[in-house]
Structure formats: C-alpha cells, structure tokens
Design a protein around this ligand. Structure first.
Ligand SMILES: Nc1ncnc2c1ncn2[C@@H]1O[C@H](COP(=O)(O)OP(=O)(O)OP(=O)(O)O)[C@@H](O)[C@H]1O
Ligand SMILES: [Mg+2]
Length: 343
C-alpha cells in the first residue's frame, strides 16, 4: 500500500485507499500552549484530545487547539507560515510531528511509500523550501515510511487532470501560499509558488476594517460569497476586495512566468483551481473572468474548480504514490489489497 500526505500551512491531510474509496484524515495545523493544571488534566484525560505535556505546560494540538484557546482565552500558534515550517515558532517541529503521526498513523509495513506535498520556492520572497522538505522527510523516515516529496501543484494535476492525460494548469490556493504547476503528460514544465493565500486575505481585510484576524477568518469560512455589491465597508466587502487583488496578482505572475518558459503552441490547456481558498461561491466565476481578460500566451480549453478543494493535494499525492508503486487500478482492485508477501 501507499499513502499521500498534504502538509499545508493550515491543514494536514492524509489519503489512503480502502477498496474503491479514498479515505482522508485531517487535522488543523495549529496548537495552543496552556499551563498545566488539574482542570486541564481532567479535561484532557476524559477525551481523545491530541496533546503533549512538557514540564509545567500542556500543548493541545490540531482541531482541538481552537476550542481550548477559546476556553482559556489564549491565542493559537501555527507551526507553518507561508507554506513552510515557521522560523518564528520554536515549537514548530515537535508540534508538526505530533500532528503528522496522528494523521498518517503507522506504516502498514516498514518502507511503505508515502508521497508528501511540498511547495515550490516562492517567486516573491527569499524563503526556500529545502529545510522544510528535508525536515519532513526525516520525520516520516523515522516513522518507518519511505517518503518522497511531490510538488503541490503537480499533486493537483495528478488528482484533477487524470482524464486529460495529466496535461494542464493546476493552481492550489492555500492558506500560506498559492502553488502553480503547468504539466504536459505528467511532466511539470513550469512550477512556482506565490507567498500569498488565504492568510494574506485575512490579514489585509483585518487591518483594513480594524477587526481581529480570527473573526475575519471565521466570517470568510462561514457562508461568505464573493461579490462587490453587498457589504461595502464591512468585513465581507473587504474580503471580496482582497480576493480580487490576490487573483490579479496570481494571474499576473502566471502570465509573466509562462512567457519566460517555452510553452508548446497549439495545445488547448485545461485549468483547474483548488485549495481551501477557492471554496467561496463566486470564486470560480471571478477567476475565469480575470483569467480570460489576462494576456496568457496559450489557449485555454476551460477553467473549473475541483469538486473537493480541500482534498485535491492529498488525493494527488496518493495517486502519485500508488502509480509509482505500480498499483494504479482505481476501481477493480479491492481484492488485490490485502496481499502480503512472506519471506
Ligand atoms: N469555506 C471556505 N471559504 C473560504 N475560505 C476557506 C474555506 N474553508 C477554508 N478556507 C481557507 O482555505 C485556507 C486553507 O486551505 P488549504 O487547506 O488548501 O491550505 P493549506 O494547504 O493548509 O495551506 P498552503 O497550501 O498554503 O500551505 C485557509 O485560508 C482557510 O481560511
Ligand atoms: Mg496546500
């Protein structure tokens, strides 16, 4: 068997195949530090809350971090920033390790292949992804996996463009970054990332309206629709403005980068957008409008949003891992699954 893992700035998601179904396990990539106390101990021991104790501190990790932060009036902290392990967070590595262990579990056998997503180096900041990638490799290797990095944009191609011969432009709009990949027949010809995504939209809208960032994020994730007519002056109005600005910025960079590369002419390229930031109603339509207005030097056969934007990257990493393993049969392979070699 093989697994896929999406290590994102906001969400860590694993994918594995069970019969004809792909099973996902997800945790928020965040944690909160609390003072060790009897009350906390009781709350922790009564449930399956993911946590570790260190000296007189308790760290609650993953999805529960936000609940505990609210109860104890603390801020959540995040192991990653702009797509890579955060240099500003001293506890980043032990926390991310704990979340990864919970999300992927033990390997089914020593050396089980696991493809994990890594961003491309950002074109608009000095950050590089090497340290991030190598750190994840070593965490996963210590767990007994055979880890293999896969570019986040390439994962999108694997998950969304199988019916188009793995040819097209895939764009993952995440929290810390936007990852772009153009591939022909599963060969990436252009990959880059932009160090802006949902977090950037939230920060900008928070500053513009004088609202706490957490409030902006929850407004955005809770039933927000992209449009420019309603809520002028409010949080949703500000979100729409910065969404539009992010799309312009990303599309401008695509137009510029593609120009530099020698893109095959005469091919109609399908475009897929995905990632949590592509979720709101109105996103696909606005992206399509802006993209069609831009000066893109190749023909587009269509623009669509992935059906399950949060899961594209994990699913693509799994597809890549399984095809490397030679285990590509999607539907009819349920019986082949439990075969075990004995020596
Ligand atoms: N329903 C929603 N509407 C709008 N935004 C959403 C919604 N759900 C999630 N998001 C946003 O999507 C982003 C998280 O998406 P995703 O999980 O794809 O990112 P990530 O993979 O963790 O980050 P990255 O790829 O940048 O490292 C966050 O900014 C989050 O606020
Ligand atoms: Mg992502």
């Amino acid at each position: 068997m093989a697994k896929g893992l999406d290590v994102g700035t906001m969400n860590i998601i694993s994918a594995r195949q069970e019969g004809g179904d792909t099973v996902f396990v997800q945790q928020r990539n965040s944690f909160v530090e609390l003072d060790y106390s009897d009350m906390a101990e009781q709350m922790l021991s009564r449930s399956d809350v993911l946590h570790i104790k260190k000296g007189d501190k308790v760290y609650v990790v993953g999805d529960d971090a936000l609940n505990f932060a609210n109860i104890f009036n603390r801020e959540t902290r995040r192991p990653m920033k702009h797509g890579i392990i955060s240099a500003d967070e001293k506890s980043a590595i032990p926390m991310i390790k704990l979340i990864i262990e919970q999300v992927v579990g033990e390997p089914t056998h020593e050396g089980e292949p696991l493809f994990f997503s890594t961003p491309a180096d950002p074109m608009d900041s000095d950050a590089t992804t090497l340290y991030h990638q190598k750190t994840l490799e070593s965490i996963l290797g210590q767990m007994g996996y055979e880890p293999e990095p896969i570019n986040e944009g390439m994962s999108v191609i694997y998950s969304e463009l199988a019916n188009q011969d793995f040819t097209g432009l895939g764009i993952s709009f995440g929290a810390g970054m936007t990852n772009v990949c153009l591939a022909y027949y599963a060969v990436p010809v252009m990959t880059f990332s932009i160090a802006r995504g949902g977090d950037w939209i939230d920060e900008q809208a928070a500053t513009a309206t004088g609202t706490p960032v957490d409030k902006v994020t929850s407004t955005k994730e809770d039933d927000f629709t992209l449009n420019f007519e309603s809520d002028v002056g409010g949080i949703e109005g500000a979100l729409s403005i910065y969404y539009d600005n992010l799309l312009d910025y990303v599309i401008e960079n695509i137009a510029r980068e593609v120009d530099d590369e020698d893109v095959e002419e005469g091919l109609d390229v399908p475009v897929v957008v995905t990632g949590g930031t592509s979720s709101p109603d109105g996103f696909e339509k606005l992206f399509r409008e802006r993209f069609n207005e831009a000066d893109i030097p190749f023909n587009i056969s269509g623009v669509r949003r992935a059906r399950e934007p949060m899961y594209s990257v994990a699913r693509g990493a799994l597809v890549a891992a399984r095809s490397e393993e030679g285990d590509t049969g999607g539907d009819g392979d349920a019986d082949a699954e439990e075969v075990e070699a004995e020596d």
